[in-house]
Design a protein around this ligand. Sequence first.
Ligand code: HEC
Ligand code: HEC
Length: 157
Amino acid sequence: MRIRRVGVPVFLAVAAVFLALQACEGNGEVKTSKAGEDESHNHGKDCMKCHYKTGPGEGTWTVAGSAWNLARDGKYSGQATMKIYSEKGGKGKLYMSVPMDAKGNFYTSMPMDFKHNPAYVRIETASNTYEMPYQLVHGACNDCHGDGGTASRITLQ
Ligand code: HEC
Ligand code: HEC
C-alpha cells in the first residue's frame, strides 16, 4: 500500500514536466538557426509578423533577425553568433547563443521573458563584437533593424 501512494505524485510530476514542455513550442522542440543551414527566408523582413504562436509561419520565434555584409551591402554570409546576456559587456547570465545561418538570418524558439529580465545583445564574428547600447525590449530585431525599421541595419565584418 505504501509504495502505491508514492507512485501517484511521481506520475503527476512527470505529467507536469511534459505539459510544461508542450507549452513552449507545439511539439516541445526548440528550434534554433545553425551555421551553414539554409532553411530560413525573407532576409530583412520582420520575422515575427508571421512566426508568432497562432501565425502562419512554421515555428514561434522569441528572437529573430537578419544581418548585412558591409563590403557587399548584401546578406551577411560569414560566421557569427548572436548572444543575449543579463548585463552589458557580455557579463552576467548568458540567456542564449544563436548562430547565424547561411542566409544571414538568426532565429530561435527558446523561451525568453524580456518583461522580467534585463537583456543585452551582442553579435560576435571571428574578428569583431557588435553590442547594442540599449536594453532589449523584445526579440523582433528586424522590427527596428530590418526593412523600413528606424534603426540602422545590423552590418557585420
Ligand atoms: C510573410 C510571412 C513570413 C515572414 C515575414 C517570415 N516567415 Fe519564415 N515562414 C513562413 C511560413 C508560412 C513558413 C512555412 C512554409 C515555408 O517554409 O515557406 C515559414 C518557414 C520558416 C522556416 C522553416 C521552419 C521549418 O520548420 O522548416 C524558417 C527557419 C523561417 N521561416 C525563418 C524565418 C526568419 C528567420 C524570418 C525573418 C528573417 C522569417 N522566417 C520571416 C512565413 C514567414
Ligand atoms: C526597439 C528597437 C530595437 C530592437 C527591437 C533591437 N534593436 Fe538593436 N539597436 C537599436 C538602436 C536604436 C541601436 C543603436 C543605433 C543604431 O544602430 O541605429 C541598436 C544597435 C544595435 C547594435 C549595434 C550596431 C553596431 O553597428 O554596433 C546591434 C549589434 C544590435 N542593435 C543588435 C540587435 C539584435 C540582435 C536585436 C534583436 C535581438 C536588436 N538589436 C533589437 C534598436 C533596436
